[in-house]
Design a protein around this ligand. Structure first.
Ligand code: NAP
Ligand code: 8YV
Length: 319
């Protein structure tokens, strides 16, 4: 029987994924290597496949140390931590997991907005501290019904967010690089859209092209009654400007799943009642992670069978 191909695993995977990976590949976990440089010198040439995720991606120095790499299968849809153009130039196929997480991430975005708008977390703390009994009711909050919701990035997940908003009588508006010719109003100018929105939900890819898209100017346009929700990448929001605006009352609130220096979060946010913080868990349910894991492994299995993949990233479509 022919030897199994060697796969480099970056980050951790579920037991279900591991069972599939070990059936097809000899798996080398990067985290198990006490001396990574030595490991790469000894095994780099044998490794033809990499499994990684949206957080860890594939460092350029690692990609360079794998001269016979053919496929990078990433467990997640966002691939800003992988240089897909550099991979395509070398004929390496990069795959990701689009669509299977749209509903989960859209639900997370709405959860964050609702939690901020209705003071869910401070109210929960108030009840737990026994304050309701002693001090009476908490202050009134703001309704999520009938708001103008600005979606920054009307792609797969952005559309799933928009699909949910009818129930809340929202006026949906959006910004992206191109007009999608849909029924929602398109704003080429993001600051103009922010000024017209009650809530701004950010769901673009990360990377250089979107770095600090949510600038101080956009935050100021959203204003003291506005809520910013970020479920995209931390890099998309100018975090320093956002923290300053929240401190100074120039931004009404924020629901944040992602941060610029994950897992580090600016400590100033910890004491703010108008902010809800999550540790990058937009897609992190058993059900959705199973679907993502299956697709991550399907890409590898299909590549082993016939050299094609199920969901290559657009940069690798022609490979
Ligand atoms: P997608 O279908 O590719 O949609 C991305 C949208 O962003 C498109 O509407 C695109 O429209 C727009 N966009 C791209 N670059 C832009 C720019 N420079 N300025 C303005 N708009 C821009 O991607 P998706 O599947 O919806 O996923 C979106 C992102 O969500 C992922 O890349 C990932 O970073 C993030 N995500 C986060 C989590 C989480 O756990 N928090 C989970 C899943 C995904 P145009 O091309 O017309 O501009
Ligand atoms: C995951 C994500 O947390 O898909 C993405 O882009 O950010 C999340 O679904 C990440 O990819 C780790 O698997």
């Amino acid at each position: 029987m022919a030897a199994k191909p060697d796969l480099l695993m970056i980050g951790s995977v579920t037991d279900r994924m591991m069972a599939r990976l070990t059936a097809d590949f000899t798996v080398h976990a990067l985290s198990d290597q006490p001396d990574q440089a030595q490991f790469l010198a000894d095994h780099g040439a044998a490794l033809t496949a990499v499994l990684t995720n949206g957080h860890d991606g594939l460092r350029p120095d690692l990609m360079a140390a794998l001269p016979n790499l053919k496929i990078v299968s990433s467990y997640g849809v966002g691939y800003d931590a992988i240089d897909a153009n550099a991979a395509a130039e070398r004929g390496i196929i990069v795959t990701h997991t689009p669509n299977v997480l749209n509903d989960e991430v859209a639900n997370t975005a709405l959860l964050l907005w609702f939690a901020v708008s209705r003071s869910l977390v401070p109210n929960d703390a108030y009840v737990r501290a026994g304050r309701w009994e002693n001090e009476g009711s908490t202050p009134l909050t703001h309704s999520v019904q009938g708001r103008t919701v600005g979606i920054v990035g009307l792609g797969r997940i952005g559309q799933a967010i928009a699909d949910r908003l009818g129930v809340f009588d929202s006026t949906v508006v959006y910004h992206s690089r191109s007009d999608k010719k849909v029924s929602y109003r398109y704003y080429a100018d993001l600051a103009e859209m922010a000024a017209d929105s009650d809530v701004l939900i950010c769901i673009t890819p990360g990377g250089a092209a979107t770095k600090h898209l949510i600038s101080e100017q956009v935050i100021d346009a959203l204003g003291p009654d506005g809520i910013l929700v970020n479920v995209s990448r931390g890099s998309v929001v100018d975090e320093t400007a956002m923290v300053k605006a929240l401190k100074e009352g120039r931004l009404g609130g924020a629901g944040l799943d992602v941060f610029e220096q994950e897992p580090k979060v600016p400590a100033e946010l910890f004491t703010m009642d108008n902010v809800v913080l999550q540790p990058h868990v937009g897609s992190a349910t058993h059900e959705t992670r199973q679907a993502m894991g299956d697709l991550t492994c399907d890409n590898l299995s299909q590549w082993l069978k016939d050299g094609t993949t199920v969901t290559p990233v657009p940069e690798c479509n022609d490979l």
